[in-house]
Design a binder for this molecule. Structure first.
Ligand code: ATP
Length: 892
């Protein structure tokens, strides 16, 4: 028998599980041994060996290897072995960098791997969906992705979108009835839910029938394995730039070689020098270092509680000019406490803080007992029946499982002495119309002990008010007259103006067929019962974060489903509204075309009473005005806006799988402050990449120019090939990596956001590369000429001096690269990785120059202290000559 044909109870037996307790830990181990993990087999990745060899497939490296092989055959053993060793070490370094980049990308994937809610040993727990085994009981709700193939055992208004499997994008309604037909297509299995499909409505329970490659999705897994490109715009731009740089390096090398040959150097030496120069000057390691810098930045972001799901977002983050943030939970704490009740013209205040269910009720100074006061008793008990939240205690701390709004209402009823369990003895809940952000309400159909059925609805007060025909007032049912309407609205306004989130409760008696009616036919003609007003304190750190964003040229916009006045009051508290920024309501947004919205959107700081679909309009309008928009969201309906935003941000705690999958950034703590931190980090990563691009290219320009000028001036070779390769490996390698780990400049969040289409060499970087590179080349050449004149017959001496000058000039210049302003603008020892990289480069250089064993390999000789003075003096020039302009305030 197939699972869809079976009765629920038979499946429980068949899979040897228990619907109330779930599987036990012991059983799970046994089952796992048999069936393995719940994962789809991945396509073969590039093997390590292949990755290693791919490091040497660069054309110039191959030419160099061929050349050294020839020189080896010609008897130049030491040279050829040394060059090969350096090429090998370079390759190992490249391999290591690429592995690291790949591994951290893999780790990223793991972090954003889906989780499921499962019953184990009698408790609901969240586990990675990889750990699910057949027989597990899963619980899911709107916004969740189903973690395995399950047979449904409970379905409340459950609708699932199965397009990934069936191609049908209209969600399918699900139930738990066995299907007895002979042949059933996947699309018709109404009592099954399949791995990878998405719950769009309602909630349900299911028992896992198959996992991994045995699921319906597993059977078509091969079709689904599409490699998502993780390249960022900068990486693409660098790739293009790389091609230009390669051509330029080759052209210049050709020039060096041709001039050298014309000047009478022997062909073979020039060829080897030329190839070495080309290998050194081509920044082949750049893409890998960029990836490493990006992924290290991503790891730093994780420490700050932001998970980057798509690498390009790291760069875009630095360009963000507007953050559109949800209010509840992101700007506020989402720890709600009911402080006010209103019913029939009377306002009751409630004492107590947080979720601690202890507190009293007062009208003015007078204590009241809500259970003795019918309207308030009804307001609280109906709020409790239409409620999914649970109060849990852990080490004397109270917390809420479920929606905090409902949690607050639950705690208020507990304070009055109501218990859900005892209420459920008198009332049976027959059906639920779940909450959604568009309707802004939720209802249940209940039957009381006398068999009378009625609908209880709770939701946004203006929505409930508009659906109410009557009101419970002075112990009587009364028609909602103009006068009473006015009173209700006044109460709503008053609570909202005090920054309270307000929920209205209403009810309606039903006839016996009511349950079969469509919900829009049910939620009307209500009787308004009252209001519960709850505080949701702002997160303490957000005010400062909003201020810092403003200083960084980033505007914060609050988007909320809450009442306009509640939103406005909190926006004031957080400094989001400072002057005459506008507040727009969802109803106005609905009437506006995107074009009309564009005209005002930049002046609006708060959007209140919005539905998720308005978010898309807001994103579009802002983008049309040239903004780079970060947009937060958590629900299924937020996904289109999250996708459309330049930086889509999903909530890690309250966010649904759908929102997370659409996002490029997930906030582990749902906190606005984390967005700010991620933006700061995004800006820093970009600046660090600029730093090492500047360093590497200026170094390369220096290396090429010293050779070129020497050839033009008919001088001997200032550097031998192995020295050039050594500089490429040591001096260029380590410090560049350390620059990638640099701390942000103090002013990184004091500048306007970068333009997204800004070129790599913008803001004077190109000039810096050329000018510093030119100077590095020049001082090396001067050192060489000077030493050559001093030691006429000792070319290796002059070459060693030139080598030391080039290395030192680069190692001093690297400190200049830390700042956009000047080497003097920052403490040069602020980056300890860099200090260590420089120290180790210097030690290696001294070893190469002074160790008798290494001297023949690197063609070096010991040089005198006097010459070191010359070397240090000259090599400081490129950095400090131009640093002077910093004081004149015209540093480029
Ligand atoms: P944000 O500020 O992040 O947009 P929000 O909670 O205001 O969050 P929604 O969750 O879309 O936005 O809720 C919209 C409105 O629906 C709320 O302002 C509230 O009036 C009402 N509401 C929220 N939760 C519930 C609930 N569980 N049951 C009934 N009504 C609710």
């Amino acid at each position: 028998m197939k699972y869809h044909e079976m009765e629920e109870r038979d499946i429980e037996k068949g899979l040897d599980t228990n619907y109330n307790e779930g599987l036990s830990s012991n059983r799970i181990q046994t089952i796992r041994k048999k069936v393995g993990y719940n994962e789809l087999a991945e396509v073969e990745k590039q093997s390590l060996l292949l990755l290693f060899f791919s490091q040497f497939k660069d054309f110039m490296v191959l030419v160099l290897l061929a050349a050294t092989l020839i020189s080896g055959l010609l008897g130049e053993y030491i040279d050829s072995i040394a060059i090969m060793a350096i090429v090998l070490i370079n390759g190992i370094l490249g391999f290591y960098q690429e592995r690291k980049a790949e591994k951290s990308l893999q780790a990223l994937k793991q972090l954003s791997a889906p989780q499921v809610l499962v019953m184990r040993d009698g408790k609901w727990i969240k586990i990675p969906s990889r750990d699910v085994v057949p027989g597990d009981i899963l619980k899911f709700q709107s916004g969740d992705r189903i973690g395995a193939d399950v047979r449904l055992i409970d379905a409340v208004n459950l609708e699932i979108e199965e397009s990934a499997l069936t191609g049908e994008s209209v969600p399918v309604s699900k139930n738990t009835e066995p299907i007895k037909a002979a042949h059933v297509n996947l699309g018709d299995m109404h009592n099954m839910a399949f791995m990878g499909t998405m719950v769009t409505r309602g909630h349900g329970l299911g028992v896992v029938t198959s996992i991994g490659m045995n699921t319906a999705m597993g059977k078509i897994a091969d079709l689904l394995q599409s490699a998502e490109t993780m390249e960022t715009p900068l990486q693409r731009r660098l790739e293009q730039l790389g091609k230009i740089l390669i051509s330029a390096a080759l052209l210049l090398t050709l020039l060096v070689v041709s001039i050298g040959i014309l000047q009478g150097h022997d062909m073979y030496t020039m060829f080897l020098a030329g190839v070495s120069l080309a290998v050194a000057a081509i920044p082949e390691g750049l893409p890998a270092i960029v990836t490493v810098a990006l992924s290290l930045g991503v790891q730093r972001m994780i420490r700050k509680k932001a998970i980057v799901r798509k690498l390009p977002a790291v760069e875009t983050l630095g360009c963000a000019s507007v953050i559109c943030s949800d209010k509840t939970g992101t700007l506020t704490q989402n720890k709600m406490t009911v402080t006010h009740l209103w019913s029939g013209g009377k306002t009751v205040t409630v004492s107590g803080t947080g979720y601690n269910p202890e507190g009293c009720f007062y009208i003015g100074e007078r204590r009241i007992y809500p259970l003795e006061d019918v309207p308030f008793k009804q307001l609280l008990s109906y709020g409790l029946l239409c409620n999914h939240a649970n109060l849990v205690t852990k080490e004397e701390e109270y917390s809420i499982e479920g929606d905090p709004t409902e949690g607050a209402m639950l705690v208020a009823s507990l304070k009055a002495g109501l218990q859900k369990d005892s209420l459920l003895k008198s009332y049976t809940i027959e059906k639920e119309i779940p909450f959604d952000s568009k309707r802004k309400m939720m209802s249940v159909i209940v039957k009381d002990e006398y068999g009378k059925r009625f609908l209880i609805t709770k939701g946004a007060p203006d929505v409930i008010f508009n659906l109410s025909e009557s009101i419970f007032w002075n112990g009587k049912l009364q028609y909602m007259s103009e006068k009473l309407s006015h009173q209700v609205n006044q109460a709503i306004t008053q609570l909202a103006a005090g920054a309270l989130r307000t929920i209205a409760v209403a009810y309606k008696p039903l006839d016996s067929h009511a349950a079969f009616k469509k919900e829009f036919e049910l939620e009307n003609n209500l009787t308004f019962l009252g209001l519960q007003g709850m505080i949701d304190p702002p997160r303490p750190e957000v005010k400062e974060a909003v201020k810092e964003c403003r200083e960084a040229g980033i505007k914060t916009v609050m988007i909320t489903g809450d009442h306009l006045l509640t939103a406005k009051a909190i926006a004031h508290q957080l400094g989001i509204i400072k002057g005459n920024e506008k507040v727009l309501e969802g109803s106005e947004l609905s009437r506006m075309e995107v074009k009309e919205l564009e005209e005002v959107v930049e002046d609006v700081a708060v959007f209140a009473r919005v539905s998720p679909e308005h978010k898309l309009k807001i994103v579009k309008a802002l983008q049309n005005k040239g903004h780079v928009v970060a947009m937060t969201g958590d629900g299924v309906n937020d996904a289109p806006a999250i996708k459309a935003a330049d930086i889509g941000i999903a909530m890690g705690i309250t966010g649904t799988d759908v929102a997370k999958e659409a996002s490029s950034l997930v906030l582990l703590d749902d906190n606005f402050n984390t967005i700010k931190a991620a933006i700061g980090e995004g800006r820093n990563i970009y600046e660090n990449i600029r730093k090492f691009i500047r360093y590497l290219l200026a170094s390369n320009v220096g290396e090429i120019l010293v050779m070129l000028f020497a050839m033009i001036l008919a001088l001997p070779l200032p550097l031998v090939p192995i020295q050039i390769l050594w500089v490429n490996l040591v001096t260029d390698g380590l410090p560049a990596m350390a620059l990638g780990l640099d701390k942000p400049e103090e002013n990184v969040m004091k500048q306007r956001p970068r333009h997204p289409r800004e070129g790599v060499f913008a803001r004077g970087l190109g000039w810096k590369v050329v000018s510093r590179g030119f100077l590095i080349g020049m001082v090396t050449l001067i050192a060489f000429i000077f030493a050559y004149n001093q030691h006429q017959d000792n070319l290796p001496y002059a070459q060693t001096v030139a080598f030391a000058t080039l290395v030192m000039a680069q190692l001093i210049h690297v400190f200049d690269c830390r700042s956009e302003r000047s080497v003097l603008a920052r403490n040069p020892f602020g980056n300890q990785y860099l200090v260590w990289a420089v120290i180790s480069s210097i030690i290696l250089m001294i070893m190469v120059i002074y160790l008798p064993m290494l001297q023949p390999i690197f063609h070096t000789v010991s040089i005198s202290m006097k010459d070191w003075l010359l070397i240090i003096g000259l090599s400081s020039l490129p950095t400090f000559l131009l640093a002077g302009s910093f004081f004149a305030g015209k540093s480029k």
